[in-house]
Each structure stands twice: as C-alpha cells, then as structure tokens.
Design a protein around this ligand. Structure first.
Ligand SMILES: O=C(CO)COP(=O)(O)O
Length: 255
C-alpha cells in the first residue's frame, strides 16, 4: 500500500500558549518520550519560544517549526517575521494558512500562496492547512472549498518544491471544539486532497506526500484516524501541550 511509502508525521501546534519556562518544561518532558519513536516529530511554537525549542532539541529527533511567516524578505511590516529570519535561526518548518489565521487575521488563499512560496524559497518546509467551515460542509461544498484552497496554495510552486510541503486537513468545525471528524470523514477528504495533488503534480508526488488530519485529534481517537490509508499523521493543538498525551500520538503513529 502507498501508505507504507510515507512517514507518518505528528506535529504539535502550540498556538499562543506556553511562556519560556513552560516551553522548556514541556520539551524536556517530551525528549525521552519522542526518542524511540519512528514517526516524524515536529513542534510548532510561538516565535518567543523558538530559540528555547531549537536549543533544547539539538541532537534529538524533535524538529522545530514556527506558526506563520511573512512573504517579504524584509521591510516595513510591523509585527511580522520573514521566512529568512526563521531559516537563519535554524527553524525547519512553518505552518501556513491555519484556519485561525484565515478566520481572525484576514489570511486569504492569495496570501497563503505568497507565504508558502516565500517559505519554500527560503528553504523551510511547509505545513499547509486547508479545511472547510461547518456551513460549507452542511452546504455540501467541502470538496470544492478544499480543492480551491489546495490549488491556490500551490500556484506557481514546482513539483520539486511541492515535495517539501505537508498538507494538514483541518475541518474548521473540529478545531478546539472536541468535535472530531469521524475517521471516515477525515479519510474521505484526505484522499480527495491526494487526488487534487495528483492532478497537479502526478501520482508519484501525491503518493509521497504526507497528508495529516487535524481537529480535536487526541490520545483517545488517534488510533482510528491514523489507521486510515490516506491519513499520514496529525496536526495537534490541545493534546500537544501535555507531554504524555502527545506521547500517545507519537507511539500510535510509530506503529
Ligand atoms: O488547530 C489545530 C491544530 O493546528 C487543532 O487544534 P485542536 O487539536 O486543539 O483541536
């Protein structure tokens, strides 16, 4: 099965949580838990914790990501951080297009595309988030929404660069609500996204691409989700803030 070709990747998205001391405590607890796991392990942390995270994860199998980056290299963009700035620090991954950025910070498909391009050309790997709102699912347009977001995000991106993208399917109605998509619902959309990628880049790239599920994925429901053919890991919010819970996800994804 093609799933065997792909490494499962569990990424934590800490969002706007943890001060430096708390970040250090969590990472130190995570290190021994992650050490023997075969899945990819990423923690995406607030900018203020990047230095701590990079320092504490040196020589471990935990990779560090940021939660956003701007599309310009530098300039008058108060409050923004460029992809080059992240790369220079030693950051490896960046989340782009999270639904909270789309909902609360006016992120659009156009800016998601620009940020994705900037991140890739700076040499970062991207965790690209797509997903429908509840009303869109109820209107039966989930696939249209997700296809548009995916195609828009990859506009102007080469097949070679696309290999450095992980897609996270995160239905907005499942984020932080405790309401998970059923494993079948998640699988259906992740499989559909793989077809969209295949249409653009061909089957080989689509088969090799890691497609995660995100949205109230936790230590209790992860086994069923991760067993699905097209779900190659998870982007985890709440459950990534507690080492033992995150550890269960890592163990499950390493089976
Ligand atoms: O948004 C998410 C990860 O990016 C999911 O958050 P929760 O796991 O807290 O629902």
């Amino acid at each position: 099965m093609n799933k065997a070709l792909r490494q499962a990747v569990i990424a934590g998205n800490w969002k706007m949580n943890k001060n430096r001391a708390e970040a250090a405590e969590l990472i130190n607890a995570l290190k021994p838990i992650a050490a023997d796991k075969t899945c990819g392990v990423i923690i995406c942390v607030p900018y203020t914790n990047l230095e701590t995270a990079l320092e504490l994860t040196k020589g471990t199998n935990i990779k560090v990501g940021a939660e956003n980056c701007h599309f310009k290299k530098s300039g008058a963009f108060t409050g923004e951080i460029s992809a080059d700035m992240l790369k220079e620090m030693g950051v490896e991954y960046v989340i782009i297009g999270h639904s909270e950025r789309r909902q609360y910070f006016a992120e659009t498909d156009l800016t998601v595309n620009r940020r994705t391009k900037a991140a890739l050309s700076a040499g970062l790997k991207v965790i690209l988030c797509v997903g429908e709102m509840l009303a869109e699912r109820e209107d039966g347009i989930t696939e249209d929404v997700v296809e548009l977001q995916t195609v828009a995000a990859f506009t102007g991106i080469s097949a070679e660069d696309a290999k450095n993208v992980i897609i996270a399917y995160e239905p907005v109605w499942a984020i932080g609500t405790g309401k998970t998509a059923t494993a079948d619902q998640a699988e259906e959309v992740c499989g559909f996204i793989r077809k969209v990628v295949a249409n653009k880049y061909g089957k080989e790239i689509a088969d090799g691409m890691t497609i995660q599920y995100g949205g109230s994925m936790n230590e209790k429901n992860c086994a069923e989700l991760l067993a699905k053919e097209d779900i190659d890991g998870g982007l985890i919010g709440g459950a990534s803030l507690v080492a033992e819970k995150f550890g269960v996800l890592l163990a499950e994804a390493s089976k």
